[in-house]
Design a protein around this ligand. Sequence first.
Ligand code: 5GP
Ligand code: MN
Length: 340
Amino acid sequence: MKIENHKIEQLRELLEIKPQNIVIVGHANPDGDAIGSSMAWGGILESKGHNVTYVVPNKFPYFLSWIHGADKIHIYKDKTSNKIDTLIADADLIFCMDFNSIARIEALGEAINSNSSAKRILIDHHLNPASDYTLMFSYPESSSTSFLVYTIISKLYDTDIISTEIAEAIYVGIMTDTGNFSFSNLTPELFKSVAKLVELGINIPKINTLVYNGYSADRVKLLGYALGTKMQLIQVGDFEAAYISLSEEEMRNHNFQVGDSEGFVNYPLSIKGVSLSAMFSQTRQFIRISLRSRGDVDVNLFAKKYFEGGGHKNAAGGKSMKGLDETIAYFKDAIKEYFK
Ligand code: 5GP
Ligand code: MN
């Protein structure tokens, strides 16, 4: 990944006056990379003397709450006062972390668009970024936004200023977005960055346990139910796909907490021959769709065409306003049409 020097210099200039009021925003349904990159970048800005506020549109999974500073994150959806709107209105700079368009953060995006004249800076690795930013660090070839943050820090300052806590946050983003170093874009630079994070004092087995072995028993039972009872296979010619659906009731029966179905969509891809996996989760307002694929099967394009969504080539998402059964029927037709 080549980050252009002029962008780094423009960022340096934007951060020159201290302190500034800086708001860091992560995407909806925040994951390890959204929270990791936000806390890491914000931690660096705080260490440089800026006033940093962290906001995400809705709740993040409990297995990320140990990340240093995560207790300071404001959940926009839960707002009980106009405090967050005031912080947004007072911001000099807004950093958008791990998502490609303000439109993707819903009410929080509307609040930013209507209340704020702050300069906006994008730090992201999704395809097709929107263009309404003062400065854009958009690198789809980066395996995570957290690795992008690491690279920006290395060019803007020096990686020696990274504290162990910040190194941990970066590692969480790298680890979760690469599927523990098993997806694409695993470059020598990425592993060099991990070597540096180890030098900075991170404990990889500890982080792995905090993120992947911190689930409730209900979550593990829900996974068993999702795979054992709800997984379905589809074959179109020699193309094979699989899907799982979970209704609100099924989730409630398993005392569902935000983040509990994270990663479910990956399991069907471990079946030999299956090159696309989908997961349908019912929420009060719509059906959330998660898509994963192998190799050349492009779920970014598929999500865009059929589910008003997008993401990456092998990991994307979208939504449907239809009911759960109707959405699944539509999905099956779409698979037949697209992959025949
Ligand atoms: P997940 O399945 O983990 O929620 O999302 C997988 C990837 O797809 C993430 O990179 C996420 O940002 C992207 N994604 C998920 N839902 C949507 C959506 O509704 N629209 C777009 N453009 N991207 C999405
Ligand atoms: Mn990411």
